[in-house]
Design a protein around this ligand. Sequence first.
Ligand code: NDP
Length: 434
Amino acid sequence: KRRNPNESEFHQAVKEILDSLVPVFEKHPQYMENGILERIVEPERMIIFRVPWVDDQGKVRVNRGFRVQFNSAIGPYKGGLRFHPSVNASIIKFLGFEQIFKNSLTGQPIGGAKGGSDFDPKGKSDQEIMRFAQSFMTELYKYIGPDTDVPAGDIGVGTREIGYLFGQYKRIRGGFEAGVLTGKGLEYGGSLTRKEATGYGTVYFVEEMLKSKGLSFEGSTVVVSGSGNVAIYAIEKAQQLGAKVVACSDSDGYIYDPNGIDLETVKKLKEVERKRISEYVKEHPHAEYHEGCSGIWNVPCDIALPCATQNEINEEAALILVKNGVKAIGEGANMPSTLEAIDVFLNNKILFAPAKAANAGGVAVSALEMAQNSMRYAWSFEEVDAKLKEIMTNIYKNSVKAAEEYGHPDNLVVGANIAGFLKVANAMMAEGII
Ligand code: NDP
C-alpha cells in the first residue's frame, strides 16, 4: 500500500491471491526464498501516455493511455484494452495482475498484461472513435508485436475498435502482422467463436461445477448482469442449455422479463443500434424496466452470472442472492464480487466460479486466434468451440485438484489461484532473478 497508494482495486486483487497462496508457501518455502511474491506483484513495466485527438466540433481532447506488461514468464504479454471513463492505474493493474493467473490457467503460453484509456466511447461518432483509436495506437505500437505483447478487447473495445487499432498498427509498421491483436474481424484474421468465447466459456465452466453436484442449467432461472459482449453470449449459451434467463442490465438499469429474455432484441439494441437496455420494454411491454443497475440482484434466481464490471456484487447484494435461494455464481466479468461478497457465498456453501477461471475462455480463444494466424489457417466454428469446451473443462478439473491438494476442497477461488500461480512461479524460478 505504501508503494501503490490509492490503488484499492489492485490491493483487492493482490489480497485475494495472496490469501489463497498461504498453503503453497507453507508447503514450498523455496518460492519465498526466490522472492517470487515480491517480484510477481511488481509489473515488469507500465507505460502511461498522452492520447490527443480532435472531436467532431474541431475541439482538441486529451485522454490518458495505459499498458501494463505485468509478467512474461510463460509467454508474450496478453490481455485486453478497456475504454471506459473509470479507467486509471489501479484498474489496469488489478486487471493485468489477474490476467497473469488466468492466462496460466488456460494451459496456453501467454503472459499477463492489460491496457486501456479513460476515453468514454458512449455517445461518440464512428469518426471520433476512429480518430481516438488511431491516436492511441500511434503511441502503443512501439511496445507491442505478435511475439511481444498482443492486446485484445474488453469493456468499450469490440470488433469495431480492434479494426481501427489494427488498421493504424499496420499502417505504421508496414506489413500484415495479423497476430498483433486478437478479437479481429473474420475478414482479416479473426477467429470464429472469439466473439462468443467468454460468455460461452463461463457457462461451460459453471455447467461443470453444477454437474459435480447433480445440478444443471436445464430448467433453472438465471440472472445475467450487463448486456455487452460477455453477457450476450452467456445468455445465449445458458438458453441453449435449457435455462430461463429473466434479467439483464446496462449501467443505467435492468430489465426483468418473466417469460425469459428475448436475446434477438438485446442483440439488435446493443450490437447493432448501440441503444440503452431500457428500450427493450418498448418491444416487449409485458417486461419491466428498473432504473439503477444494482437492483438486478433482487431478482430471485438459481444461478447468477455477473458479466458487467468489477465490484458489482457487494456484501449486501450477496446476502440478498443467498436469501432468495441462489445455488451458483459464475463470474463472467473480472472481479465482479467484492471480497466480502465472496465470503458470503463461500460461508453459505454456494457454488462459486471465480472470474480468473470462469471467464478465461475469451483469452483462451484469443490464443487460438494467434495460433491460427501463425499457421495462416482458420478452424471452423465447431472446431474452436470444441477446443474452448475442452479448455474450460480442464481449468475446472485443475482448479478442483489444486483446491483438494492444498486442503480447501470445493473452494475454487483457492484452487484456481494456486493452479494458475504454480506454473508461473516455476517458470520464474527457472528463468532466474529477473
Ligand atoms: P462490454 O463493453 O461489451 O459490455 C459491458 C457491459 O457492462 C455493458 O452492458 C455496460 O453497460 C456494463 N457496464 C460497464 N461498466 C459498468 C458499470 N460501471 N456499472 C454497471 N454496468 C457497467 O464489455 P465486455 O462484455 O467485454 O466486458 C464485461 C466484463 O467482462 C468486464 O469485467 C471485462 O473485463 C470482462 N471480460 C471480458 C472479456 C471479453 O472477452 N470481452 C474476457 C474476460 C473478461 P453500459 O453499456 O451502460 O456501459
